[in-house]
Design a protein around this ligand. Structure first.
Ligand code: ASP
Length: 590
């Protein structure tokens, strides 16, 4: 049926006969001649129907957008003046001498160039995927997974599948659960990650495992997450941190070279979690933006201004400044907008000082808070932030967590708004995470990574003695402000694993019931091991320059975890409910 893809017909084929198939992208009638842009996966090709060939011309007149055609014709140069340099096939056209309409189409609900709403795009996803940028995102995704597999195969990794119907695998989200028919009243959980299975594979001696695997996490609506997403999941035996991070640097470097022809640094910079929070207010700093948070707590602890003095003398508080070059020209309205922006992160306000003229001393400054601050504190702020004439200094004063979240987000927002984000790629390892953090509500310890991450302290006793200060052997890889992967060296000692479960308030019975098989396995010769998982959707999104991970997933769900195309999730028959021993109590909410 087809000799060439539309998008691949080029000048080398001039004078030859081709058969092409595809969809009618556009039809134009010009002075008795009909032009059709025929589209397939690889691109567009101009087909010309000449009125001299009366029979096929008459057929061509009936053609509408998105009809499916098979065309045979002669490749020729476009006539002088009709060359389209913006189109890869813009030098040539095909003069049709055979036409078959393979299928007709209703008028599509949206046109290719139309900015249709997300619901509509997802409802007619197959039409949305006909668009060039969507198609090229899927092609890019394929290139990336192909390059991953090639690389990992070369480095001796073995692709092993792990169960989808399993027990809970704790990664900090809710499980998706699946009722069992053969054991009514019991449920499988879909894996939040293959974490425990990949560790068990190390215990089996597999040595190097990988899987490009779907993971399921039922999370509250958070920006740009999908309930099912894809990870490259990796585990290695007899390794330390450097072996895992080094392998990942080579892998990511290979992916960027293969998919985008970009050279990344051979080694990515490393930064501790504490430093990342201090300097950028975030554990996934975007290093393309030069702005940094500056600590000023020590300048503020004895000032009379309670808004600053309070957090400055609170051990859990922080007062930090963010100097924005050439920001003194921000309008009242812009500052108000930034104030409500930081409010989303819990900040109660956004104090600022405009540096209108640095040389004019206090008279050159403009700020509602100046009158509350002693001169030496103001001088200290100016010195430490290195502010210049024309800059604005913003402040955050609150619990350190609030200040970091608010100023960390403001740093990125202001950077984007003011064109301060440099071009290119800024990868980074964040290391030395705390083992545990306190849950704000319950006051209990929770694992910052997952409960299988090894502590940096040597033994269970040391860990139990001071869990709050224990660091973990975890690492996250960050790219342009997105966390694209994370992993750790694992616990391979049963005493330490039990201590971690204890500290996480998982009782002996619960540990036994949930992870007994892992604790047992740890008794049978577990090698030291570690690994990482790497978010495929997010990395492809960054590479494609897409705005959302939904744009690089063929059939994603909406932000409320619904699929407008298939209308999932849906109800099941009473028969299915009976078989699985389930009675639905709550009426379905619309
Ligand atoms: N299982 C972890 C995750 O899904 C990654 C890892 O520790 O390897 O985030």
């Amino acid at each position: 049926m087809r000799s060439d893809y539309c998008g691949q017909v080029d000048q080398a084929l001039i004078g030859s006969e081709v058969s092409v198939c595809g969809w009618v992208h556009r039809r134009r009638d010009h002075g008795g001649v009909i032009f059709i842009d025929l589209r397939d996966r690889e691109g567009l090709l101009q087909i010309v129907f000449d009125p001299d060939r009366a029979e096929i011309f008459a057929q061509a007149e009936r053609i509408r957008s998105e009809y499916v055609l098979a065309v045979k014709g002669l490749v020729r140069d476009r006539p002088e003046g009709t060359v389209n340099p913006n189109m890869p096939t813009g030098q040539i056209e095909v003069l049709a001498h055979e036409l078959e309409i393979l299928n007709r189409s209703e008028t599509p609900p949206f046109h290719h160039d139309e900015h249709a709403g997300e619901e509509l795009r997802l409802k007619y996803r197959y039409l949305d995927l006909r668009r060039k940028d969507m198609m090229s995102n899927l092609l890019l995704r394929h290139k990336v997974t192909k390059a991953m597999r090639d690389f990992l195969d070369r480095e001796g990794f073995i692709d092993v599948e792990t169960p989808m119907l399993t027990r809970a695998t704790p990664e900090g989200a809710r499980d998706y659960i699946v009722p069992s028919r053969t054991h009514p009243g019991t449920f499988f959980a879909l894996p939040q990650s293959p974490q425990i299975f990949k560790q068990l594979l190390m215990m089996s001696g597999l040595d190097r495992y990988y899987q490009i695997v779907r993971c399921f996490r039922d999370e509250d609506l958070r920006a740009d997450r999908q309930p099912e997403f894809t990870q490259l999941d990796v585990e290695m035996s007899f390794v330390d941190e450097d072996a895992v991070t080094g392998m990942m640097e080579r892998l990511i470097g290979h992916l960027f070279k293969a998919a985008l022809d970009v050279d990344l640094p051979k080694q990515f910079p490393r930064m501790s979690y504490a430093e990342a929070l201090d300097r950028f207010g975030s554990d996934k700093p975007d290093l393309r933006i030069d702005l940094e948070l500056v600590e000023v707590s020590d300048l503020m602890d004895s000032v009379e201004f309670k808004v600053f003095a309070g957090p400055a003398s609170d051990p859990e508080g922080r007062v930090a400044a963010l100097c924005v070059p050439a920001g003194a020209g921000l309008s009242r309205k812009e500052i108000d907008d930034y104030t409500s922006y930081v409010g989303r992160f819990g900040a109660k306000g956004l104090a600022y000082i405009k540096v209108n003229d640095l040389d004019a001393g206090l008279d050159g400054l403009q700020s509602p808070i100046l009158k509350f601050l002693p001169d030496d504190a103001v001088a200290g702020i100016l010195k430490r932030t290195g502010a210049k004439t024309g800059d604005i200094i913003f402040f955050g004063a609150d619990k350190a967590r609030v200040v970091n979240d608010a100023l960390g987000a403001l740093r990125v927002k202001v950077g984007e708004d003011r064109g301060l984000v440099k071009e290119g790629w800024a990868p980074l390892w964040v290391v030395d995470f705390p083992m545990f953090e306190k849950d704000q509500q319950t006051g209990r310890w929770t694992a910052l990574h997952h409960p299988f991450t090894a502590p940096a302290v040597g033994d269970a006793e040391a860990l139990r003695a001071d869990p709050g200060n224990a660091l973990s052997r975890a690492y996250d890889v960050v790219l342009n402000g997105s966390e694209i992967g994370g992993g750790s060296i694992r616990i391979h000692d049963q005493a330490i694993q039990s201590a971690v479960f204890d500290l996480l308030d998982i009782s002996k019975e619960e540990a036994e019931e949930k992870f007994g098989f892992l604790l047992t396995a740890l008794q049978f010769g577990c090698p030291p091991h570690g690994g990482i998982a790497f978010g495929l959707d997010r990395i492809v999104m960054l590479m494609a320059g897409a705005d959302s991970i939904r744009d690089v997933i063929a059939f994603p769900k909406t932000q409320s975890a619904h699929c407008p195309l298939t209308n999932a999730p849906g109800e099941v028959s009473s028969e299915q409910l009976r078989e699985t021993g389930i009675r639905v109590r709550a009426p379905r909410s619309e």
